[in-house]
Ligand binder design. Sequence first.
Ligand code: SF4
Length: 450
Amino acid sequence: MKDAWIPFAARAVPRYTSYPTAADFSPETGEAQLRAWMAAVAPGEPVSAYLHIPFCEKLCWYCGCATSVPNGYRRVGEYTDLLLKEISLKADAMGPHGGLAHLHFGGGSPNILSPADFLELADAMRRSFGLREGAEIAVELDPRTMQAGQVAAFARAGVNRASLGVQTLADDVQQAINRVQPREMVVALIEDLRGVGIGAINMDLMYGLPYQTTQHVAQAAQFAAEMGAARVSVFGYAHVPWFAKHQRAINENTLAGIRERFTQARVAAMTLEAAGYVAIGLDHYARADDALAIAARAGRLRRNFQGYTDDPCATLIGLGATAISQFREGFSQNCKDRKAWAGAIQAGRLPSERGIALTAEDRLRAHAIETLMCQLEVDVTAVCAAMGVADDSLDDALESARALEAVGLCYVSGSVITVPEEARIMLRTVGQCFDARSPALAQQRHAKAV
Ligand code: SF4
């Protein structure tokens, strides 16, 4: 890592899974706006959906997700019943859309659901929204807490992609993050999934965890490649104990410094690329025959709240507490507080509590950020032309990028900004050049760039 990059790597920046980011959402955009956007979905337009299951059997100390430990199944069962009602409320509010192209169960740990409840939710989505031919149904899994009959239920529900949280295989790191998960457990789950025909296996890995070394990261990346994972995500541990209180269980003195974190991320990239994986955007890797790599080659890669995707849908319906819905016109987030979310649904209301309606300038900047985050390159003039605005509309971003060019984080040639391969993991820092809303706010709310 170049010395000149260190101050930038230490700065907090948004992940830009959306622009504006959730930090800019406000209560002014609530249920009425959400209903108007849902009703306006065009006839025949394919849509996607995300179901948030905010429970885990045990907390991992590194976790930054919206989740909690339910201590028994009663709360999970009650949540499932409410989610079924929300599915029905939202399906009724939708315009005459063309059915689901992607359905994603995330969390938390969706495999905390009993097989029967998972099937009921999947059936309700299928009945209420309809499923398009070839739709992707994906589920995030915690290999430690699989239940008997669960893999068979996924197969019955039509699940065709599973994302396994692996993070690390090193024993001492696993102990320090409260996530003990032997390699054999992951291997057995992959074999079970493949045995029922769920062949597309994604793996999530991490760097920057307590006691984690470069060798540990290389070992986990090698494992993912050996297991033939279709996609691998490599996320840096974001230590934000003021936001995620359980992270206080992690001793800061056991965390790698910025230089070491950078090296760990680079080693993961080199290991995966040497094994034939294609680097996708900031932190994803895909086998060359996977839909994500194909979309990247064809210039169809997208970035949304689930990260990088080949999902072309402009509409994403979020269901469950905290879930975010996305429309061409803006974003709408469900109540974060589970009681408020439940109360709204019981009263027959859509449980939206905040969001944002996009301005023309937001759309312009969002397009530029998404292009850069997906392609590591953006032609600012082309973005302005595509959005029908004057070609100097993003000159402020070009000027900011020139300042980063001075330290080698990007190159600016005419109106084209390019991020070099070695700066890929600092991509968000270059994306921030287009951010007219949250540069100052980002310092407080987001994790460091590396
Ligand atoms: S299983 Fe996943 S969502 Fe649950 S606590 Fe661990 S990291 Fe967080």
